[in-house]
Design a protein around this ligand. Structure first.
Ligand code: NAD
Ligand code: SF4
Length: 442
């Protein structure tokens, strides 16, 4: 069994509630920090741990924290990004729903380290039942003296507020999230300035993902150096993966970042293989924004070595041949799945979610959706495939926020790796139409 740091106590009945959480070692890390450590020492431990942001970008957390500006007399904020909306990603939901105190404890320690007295959890609107769970955990923690004024007699004050989003994917982008938190339309801001300098209410702000902040608890418990011994290379520690698609055991798994992709897909401990003995066709290993990878590239590197579930191994070769760890939304496609249809579905999603601020994204996402629909339904031409390639190329790198890239990369990767399938839709229009109506398979 792989070692666990986040979900090790998830099976304990009643762990959602303060008493059980506390009886099982909860708030020991907070106690250690508040009694024996300075804010700088906490930042140092997080730096030593090598923790990278678990929302998708993998930016070093300790480094992000050290970028936080500290002008005299200006408040600082910590914002927990719980707007988990990336298709295929549902690991933060699991943490918040079943072990909410792990997040609250992580928020307390992180707020102390950053000198933030007001912290927000911005949660995806569709997670309608979770704010109540979080509110209950917050009120239990407050009653036990872990929140409010002069926490545990240290002089440190902290309030945590839960804010629901209204169902816009773009509000997971940190600056759009901040705009929304301020009561405005969730339009991404141009960076720089980064939130660490000008964030919420134009004050220095750290925005971190749920899993990132929860991970601060085991880091403090075992120490940054010990945490860094988990995993391999620059992928230290454990990572939550939400696995879905054509696998026998969909769900949320905590993996130590030293196992191979093959082990993750086929072992009984994790996904349990592909149903009905079907062949693996492709996978999107890090949520819909990262490129799709065909099976041959997914399981082995160009050198013939096993591809690992690490930041380095998954992004090996850059976007051209590799992909990314991203948010850990692991979507598996078996041999029966149509990549063209799949890509069209994603294009529709990004078109719908574009905020419309920049022309390449606003116009390009809709255009890609239209061309993909034409090809998928057997009405496309070979020139349409080239047109599609051209549109995605003009979006990438030319927009305010990463949604433009996220819309372009899946299209680029699908054409690059599965061009023959696009061509089949053009050269077999009648069969493509039947398949589009769900009346025929490969
Ligand atoms: P990013 O690389 O632009 O930024 C990463 C973080 O580092 C940000 O918080 C940014 O403010 C900070 N940062 C970077 N350079 C900095 C500097 N010089 N000074 C101060 N701070 C700095 O990426 P991003 O836009 O935060 O995230 C993109 C990723 O989000 C995508 O790759 C995708 O995988 C993921 N994503 C996740 C979800 C989800 O539901 N979990 C949804 C959509 C996208
Ligand atoms: Fe809005 Fe798209 Fe531009 Fe992002 S890339 S700011 S979502 S239009």
């Amino acid at each position: 069994m792989g070692r666990k740091l986040l979900l090790d106590k998830a099976h304990i009945e009643g762990i959602r509630y303060y008493k059980t959480y506390r009886d099982n070692g909860g708030y020991a890390a907070a106690e250690k920090v508040l009694k024996n450590m300075s804010p700088d020492q906490v930042v140092e431990e997080v730096k030593k741990s090598g923790l990278r942001g678990r929302g998708g970008a993998g930016f070093p957390t300790g480094l992000k924290w050290s970028f936080l500006a500290k002008p005299e007399g200006v408040p600082r904020y910590l914002v927990c990004n719980a707007d988990e909306s990336e298709p295929g990603t549902f690991k933060d939901r699991y943490l918040m729903e079943f072990i909410p105190h792990l997040l609250i404890e992580g928020l307390l320690i992180s707020s102390f380290a950053l000198g933030a007295n007001t912290t927000y959890i911005y949660i995806r609107g569709e997670y309608a039942w979770i704010p109540d769970i979080l509110e209950q955990a917050i009120s239990e923690a407050k009653e036990a003296g872990w929140l409010g004024k002069n926490i545990q007699g240290t002089g440190f004050d902290l309030e945590i507020y839960v804010q629901r989003g209204a169902g816009a994917y773009i509000c997971g982008e940190e600056t759009a999230l901040i705009e929304s938190l301020e009561g405005k339309r969730g339009n991404p801001r141009i960076k720089p300035p980064f939130p660490a300098v000008k964030g919420l209410y134009q004050c220095p702000t750290v925005v971190n993902n749920v899993e990132t902040l929860a991970t601060v608890v085991p880091i403090i418990n075992i120490g940054g150096e010990e945490y860094a011994k988990y995993g391999t290379g620059k992928s230290t520690g454990t990572k939550l993966i939400s696995a879905c698609g054509n696998i026998n055991k969909p769900g949320v798994y905590e993996i130590e970042m030293n196992i191979s992709v093959e082990e993750f897909i086929y072992s009984e401990e994790y996904c349990g293989g592909i149903p009905n003995g079907k062949r693996l066709k492709a996978c999107i290993p890090g949520g819909s924004s990262v490129p799709i990878v065909p099976a041959n590239l997914l399981l082995k590197t160009a050198k013939g070595e096993a591809r690992m579930m690490t930041y380095e191994s998954l992004s090996d070769g850059g976007f051209a041949t590799g992909t990314m760890m991203g948010s850990g939304g692991f979507i598996v496609l078996d041999e029966d799945q149509c990549v063209v249809r799949h890509t069209m579905t994603l294009a529709r999603f990004y078109h719908h979610e574009s905020c419309g601020q920049c022309s390449p994204c606003r116009e390009g996402t809709g255009w890609m959706e239209k061309v993909l629909k034409k090809i998928e339904t057997g009405k496309g031409t070979l020139e349409d495939i080239d047109l599609l390639w051209d549109i995605q190329r003009r979006i990438e790198g030319n927009t305010i926020c990463p949604l433009g890239d996220a819309a372009a990369w899946p299209v680029a990767a699908a054409i690059r790796h599965f061009r023959d399938e696009f061509e089949w839709h053009v050269t077999h229009p009648e069969e493509a139409q039947l398949r589009s109506f769900g009346l025929a398979h490969y």
